[in-house]
Design a binder for this molecule. Structure first.
Ligand code: AMP
Ligand code: GLY
Length: 438
């Protein structure tokens, strides 16, 4: 099976690694990365170069295209490839609006009675400024469009909210601003695979968005994740499926925009029940890096079935152990950071069992180093992004997974390496929620 994978990050490395567990799979990636180049051919075509990606697909005629990031989905890559008769894992542009426009997503949730925070939408920043004067704090301000993690600001008071409106107004994504009720609770990432009809849930996960321990500091793309989330009891999963995921997939189909791919609900779990913070139209990053080592089947077959509308023929099997992914990032991220620092220790980590290193921002250059006293050209990994590596460990329990992962992380080093030391820690003593049939 020839698969074209769109993307270049840690999520795509994890997907590619799992896809390649099927020996019949050959992979081509665009734009790819050095890690993806070890797993197949790469073509340096950017994820927003839709014409370039279409002509690559025309030449390659892949049996399946898997679209990793949201941007090409929102730009309609899946539609174009489907119109060429190709099988695509990923929703149409219309269905991807569930991620691409927060206003659309909120209105959709109201139309289909999905639990979410109350909100108001403003086309004009001055109207939003007026509205926030009488709001009760904290409140959350959001830009409508894709903003790479910069579009959501939690405001504790009026002063912060005023500044936030100014900040958001500078973003292209903020043609509309949402003022939203603040929800307290535990966050959960809940993924389902769907072909538009059949819906298969994946194990629950939790992301850690803030850059520093104890959820301090600015939000990032994600500093680590674990799976499964102990708080997500079977009873809670039932509530999530029945009140959120099933009505969402059915609602999208009923509106003429059936969703094919991975539907990701970012949830806030409180004692009043799960509520949707956002929907994403693709696999989460770094949740996927925590999930893929637990997957025990043929991922290519499952994604192809979702693409072809035959997901009812598939079951997904998972290792019942726990996993933790710790992201190692460049000093300064999510602000400005420098790159090109030599990464050491990856060879030592390779010797460990149940440890997987997924590369998010790594380049490799040949450098002369002494090997057994002889100068030898060796490919040297260098940092090449804000998020550099995702180190995932699998253990019998969450505590064991955490211990193993941090042991591996301690072996890896680069100048300015930063990582959170508390990924998964909060979950260790967390009991399941909604565990009874009250
Ligand atoms: P979003 O992109 O909408 O998921 O927002 C990014 C992050 O902001 C979420 O993961 C939450 O941590 C936080 N957030 C978003 N909306 C709310 C809300 N209504 N109440 C509390 N926190 C929120
Ligand atoms: N883990 C957050 C995201 O993928 O959007």
């Amino acid at each position: 099976m020839r698969i074209l994978l769109i993307g270049s990050g840690g999520r795509e490395h994890a997907l590619a690694w799992q896809l390649r567990q099927n020996p019949k799979v050959t992979l081509m990636s665009a734009p790819g990365s050095t890690a993806l180049a070890d797993l197949g051919e790469v073509k340096p075509i950017a994820v927003d170069d839709i014409e370039g990606l279409i002509s690559l697909a025309k030449d390659m005629r892949p049996d399946l295209t898997v679209i990793g990031p949201e941007l090409p989905l929102v730009l309609g890559l899946a539609d174009s490839l489907r119109s060429l008769g190709l099988a695509v894992f990923g929703p149409s542009a219309e269905a991807a609006k569930i991620e691409g426009s927060k206003v659309y997503a909120k209105d959709f949730m109201i139309r289909h009675n999905l639990p979410t925070a109350s909100y108001a939408v403003f086309y004009d920043p001055s109207e939003a400024r007026n509205y926030i004067k009488d709001a009760s704090y904290p409140i959350v301000l959001k830009a409508d469009g894709l903003a790479a993690g910069k579009g959501v600001i939690i405001c504790g008071n009026l002063e912060r909210a005023k500044a936030a409106i100014t900040e958001l107004s500078k973003l292209e994504a903020a043609n509309r601003i949402i003022v939203e009720e603040y929800l307290a609770g535990e966050e959960l990432s809940y993924f389902v695979l769907t072909d538009g009809q059949t819906i298969i849930p994946l194990p629950s996960t939790q992301d850690h968005k803030a850059v520093f321990d104890n959820d301090r500091g600015p939000n990032t793309g994600g500093m680590g994740a674990y799976a499964p989330a102990p708080l997500c009891s079977p009873a809670l999963e039932k509530i999530i499926m029945e009140t959120i995921m099933i009505p969402a997939v059915e609602g999208l189909a009923a509106e003429g925009t059936p969703f094919c791919g991975l539907l990701y609900a970012g949830l806030m779990i409180s004692l009043s029940g799960p509520k949707v913070l956002e929907f994403n139209a693709r696999f989460g990053d770094p949740e996927t890096q925590a999930l893929m080592p637990l997957f025990k089947g043929d991922l290519a077959k499952a994604l192809l079935a979702a693409a072809n509308g035959t997901l009812h023929e598939i079951t997904l099997d998972w290792d019942n152990r726990s996993s933790v992914c710790v992201v190692m990032s460049s000093k300064g991220y999510p602000g400005p950071y420098s790159t090109g620092h030599v990464i050491t220790g990856l060879d030592k980590v390779q010797e460990l069992s149940d440890i997987y290193v997924f590369e998010a921002g790594v380049s490799k250059v040949p450098r002369k180093v002494p090997v057994d006293g002889v100068d030898t050209w060796v490919e040297t990994p260098l940092t090449d992004g804000g998020r550099v590596l995702g180190v995932t460990g699998v253990g019998d329990t969450l505590s064991q997974a955490i211990e193993k992962t941090y042991k591996a992380v301690s072996l890896v080093n680069f100048e300015g390496a930063h990582y959170r030391t508390d990924i998964g820690a909060k979950a260790i003593n967390q009991g399941p929620l909604y565990d009874t049939n009250e």
